[in-house]
Design a protein around this ligand. Sequence first.
Ligand code: FAD
Length: 117
Amino acid sequence: KLENATAKAELGRASWKLFHTMMGRFPDKPTADDSLALKTYVHLFARLYPCGDCAAHFQKLLRKYPPQVSSRNAAAGWACLLHNEVNKRLKKPQFDCNNIGDFYDCGCGDDEKGGKN
Ligand code: FAD
């Protein structure tokens, strides 16, 4: 089957959106179990990502930059750095990771799982 660059890019945008929004909702002070869950999620995400070529590159990046799961800030900053590494390879502009704070809003309001973004 032919590659469909439009579908591939659409999948990428949707995936990054979920990825960064998830980091923005990760606890400031995670339990050991929270941190393990995020680390496991990231590795399974990299393994199961539907574009095989993308997945292979991303797994290689993970070996160089292991997931930072000690706090929300650490996780969000790490995810931004990784996305920037992918941007670099695809010759896309770098994102200013200092602006990551308010950029990803889950729109879920103040539910019991973590309060404000
Ligand atoms: P995207 O890179 O999708 O970004 C979406 C939006 O996120 C941007 O418009 C910007 O507002 C914001 N953003 C940009 N950089 C950052 C950052 N560093 N941190 C936070 N937010 C940011 N495509 C390929 O062709 N080959 C690949 O090997 C490949 N590997 C991928 C691996 C993964 C894990 C993922 C999730 C996607 C991959 N993609 C790959 C898709 C690619 O990264 C883009 O998603 C796609 O090309 C669409 O690009 P875009 O320019 O719309 O912006």
